[in-house]
Each structure stands twice: as structure tokens, then as C-alpha cells.
Design a protein around this ligand. Structure first.
Ligand SMILES: *Cc1c(COP(=O)(O)O)cnc(C)c1O
Length: 377
């Protein structure tokens, strides 16, 4: 098998966390949350609502490049109203998690994949690249400062959101000449509060999230902005998520707009849409493909025509479908609906096995044969 550039980058050696301590200047928050306040948040964290006491922050200017690496109090930013991101959307982001293992140590999963993907997105958005060491150093120093914010309840984690945006105050249309890098941390609870709940997915035919030559394989707010109207309409119709088809032919499955899609066939083979440039190359997707290949499973990255998948569900050739991404890890797809169809997909046996395996590795309970775990603290 061959590896993608992101997969190759994810195998690069990175300095151990201890060697990255001090690469970001820690300026402690003078008003951190009280222990009681923090415990209250950690008892019922939800997702993305509450943030830890600190954030990482650095600045890029043409003369200095990335500089002023600091861990500072979490709080509002001061941004000029002409700040370029507010007008032209020049922004990229990442998402990964810090997990507490049973012995109290704190780990993250394939951070070099995220570091490399941030730069992949940066290149597409004409944003200056950030060195992998600076990226991982921001996470090490932030998480060490806010270690008390890493929950230890089963399925919970500290969600890390690194992002970059154009902050130059200038309304002319060109790549900006000032950028901010930030990483914020948000305690996040178990995604499945009521067990392994399948989601109902609306297959979108009117809107696409990305098209050929667009930004579909970059992790950038603009792609999410384009997915919000279809998502809102789908929610009003009682659906949990939207499945986008390829913009060129409107026939093939791309992804869910925040999660990649897999199809489990009843003959045991597994399929996922190949990376066309319109699909975000998920770290979870890559990890699942690798684990299945380790097992010698018949996994194929190929064009998945919606019509074929629907026919397969009707005939029984398709046994399960699931979506995957860092936030939810793996979500079983229970039904697909469109203007003129609705099909139920009852199975989730293989989906559960993969979910257990990948979360087992992340929590240090299943052997990490690929060296995916990185100890933060
Ligand atoms: C982040 C993201 C995913 C999932 O990627 P992971 O690395 O697995 O979290 C899938 N699709 C889109 C559009 C995304 O932004």
C-alpha cells in the first residue's frame, strides 16, 4: 500500500514533550477558574462550550515570521474591524484531543498528522506554514499548564482546537500580511450519552460543500459556512447530519461535511470514498484504513456512487455505514434519506468493533502498533 503525504508526515519523529517545554513562554492566568468551578465544568462538559484557563497564541509578520509564542490567559481577542479574516475568510483550523490514561498521564493521537494537515490547509488558503515543532509545542505547553482540565470520566477528553486567521487590518483583496495562531482547549464529554446511537442522514442534492479546484480538502471555516444552510434545513426535517455528493456529477458520495464516510459490505469488505481533493483527509479515516489493512481486510478507497450504495442497502449487500471524525470518533449511520427515498441500515457490529479498537488505542488499552500516541504530560 502507499501512504498519503499526510500519513508520511505523521510518521516523522517529533521531539518528546519534555524537550518542548519552555518553547512557548508561559504567562499564567491571574484569574483562573476555582477548583469548584472547574470540577463543575468537568462533571458535565458537553462539547465546545467551556474553555480552560489558558490558550496558546503566536503572531506572524513578514519580517519576523512566526514569533511571540506564548501561553496566556484564555480570553477575548482585540481585532481591528478591518481584520482580513472578517471579510475574506482567510482561516484554517485543526481538531484533536488530549486523553487521560488510567495512570494519570496525558496523551494525544497522531499530532503530526494534524500539524501536517494544518500546513496543507495553510498552503491552499495562502497562509504561512507553521513548523510542526511549534504546533506540537503549543499543545504540550498549553496542556501542561491546564492539565487539571483534562477530564478522566470514560469517553471524555480535552478537545484541542488550534487555528490560524488573517488579522491584518486591510480591505484590499490579497493574502494578508499578519496572522494569529491560537490553540484553545475545551473539556468534552462522552459523545454517546445513550449508548451507540445511530444517526439519520439527509442526502443533499441541491447544495455542495466543495467543488473541483475548491477548498474541500482544506480544513477551513469557509467549507463549514457553506454546509450550514443545508444542515439547518436537514435539522428542521428531523435529520442529524447531511451527506454531500460530489459537485462535478452530483452522483458520488463525498462526506458528511465534518466526518468521513465508510460502507461495510455484508461480504466483509469495507469501502470509503477515495480522496478526490474535495474530501477532507480525516485522521480517523486514515487510522481506520490502516487498522483494517493490518488485519488483511479487503478495504477499498474508491468512487462510491450513491445509487450503488442505495441499491446495496436494499439488496442487503451493504450491511453497515458509519461516519468518522475526531470529535465523535465513529457514528453509526442508521438511515439515508433524500427527496424520493429513505432506507434503513440496521447493522453496526463491525462499526462497534472499529470504535472499540480505535478508542482502545487512544486510551492506552489496546496496543499502539503504529506509534500513534504522543505523550503530552
Ligand atoms: C475535520 C474533518 C473531518 C474529520 O477529520 P479527523 O481528522 O478524522 O477529525 C472530516 N471532514 C471534514 C470536512 C473535516 O473538517
Amino acid at each position: 500500500m502507499s501512504y498519503t503525504d499526510l500519513e508520511l508526515a505523521s510518521m516523522e519523529a517529533v521531539p518528546a514533550a519534555d524537550d518542548l517545554v519552555g518553547t512557548w513562554d508561559v504567562r499564567p492566568n491571574p484569574h483562573p477558574a476555582s477548583d469548584a468551578e472547574r470540577e463543575g465544568v468537568l462533571a458535565a462538559p458537553g462539547f465546545g462550550k467551556r474553555f480552560s484557563d489558558h490558550m496558546a497564541h503566536a503572531v506572524w509578520t513578514p519580517d519576523k515570521g512566526w514569533h511571540d509564542f506564548r501561553i496566556e490567559a484564555y480570553g477575548p481577542l482585540s481585532l481591528d474591524p478591518a481584520g482580513a479574516v472578517l471579510h475574506y475568510g482567510q482561516e484554517t483550523f485543526e481538531g484533536l484531543k488530549a486523553y487521560r490514561h488510567e495512570d494519570g498521564s496525558i496523551w494525544t493521537f497522531r499530532p503530526t498528522y494534524n500539524a501536517a494537515r494544518l500546513n496543507h490547509s495553510n498552503r491552499r488558503l495562502a497562509i504561512p506554514e507553521l513548523e510542526h515543532e511549534a504546533f506540537i509545542g503549543s499543545l504540550v505547553n498549553l496542556v501542561r499548564q491546564d492539565a487539571a482540565w483534562v477530564p478522566n470520566a470514560p469517553g471524555s477528553s480535552l478537545y484541542l482546537r488550534p487555528f490560524i486567521f488573517a488579522s491584518e487590518a486591510f480591505l484590499g483583496v490579497r493574502a494578508a500580511e499578519r496572522y494569529e495562531y491560537l490553540a484553545v482547549a475545551s473539556p468534552s464529554g462522552a459523545y454517546f450519552t445513550n449508548g451507540f446511537q445511530p444517526i439519520d442522514v439527509w442526502v443533499e442534492r441541491e447544495f455542495h460543500r466543495a467543488g473541483p479546484g475548491g477548498m474541500g480538502d482544506a480544513k477551513t471555516g469557509g467549507n463549514y459556512a457553506s454546509s450550514l444552510l443545508p444542515k439547518t434545513i436537514a435539522h428542521e426535517g428531523g435529520y442529524d447530519e447531511v451527506m454531500f455528493l460530489d459537485a462535478a456529477t452530483d452522483t458520488n458520495i463525498d462526506e458528511l461535511g465534518g466526518m468521513n464516510v465508510f460502507v461495510v459490505m455484508s461480504d466483509g469488505s469495507i469501502r470509503t470514498p477515495k480522496l478526490t481533493g474535495n474530501i477532507l483527509a480525516g485522521c480517523t479515516r486514515s487510522s481506520i484504513l490502516q487498522l483494517l489493512r493490518d488485519d488483511g481486510a479487503d478495504v477499498r478507497e474508491e468512487t462510491l456512487a450513491l445509487a450503488d450504495v442505495l441499491a446495496g442497502i436494499e439488496s442487503g449487500a451493504v450491511a453497515e455505514m458509519f461516519a468518522c471524525g475526531t470529535a465523535a470518533v465513529i457514528t453509526s449511520i442508521g438511515s439515508l434519506s433524500g427527496k424520493d427515498f429513505r432506507v434503513e441500515i440496521p447493522g453496526n457490529k463491525v462499526t462497534r468493533t472499529i470504535y472499540d479498537r480505535i478508542t482502545g488505542i487512544q486510551l492506552g488499552k489496546v496496543e499502539d502498533r503504529h506509534g500513534w500516541l504522543y505523550r503530552l504530560a
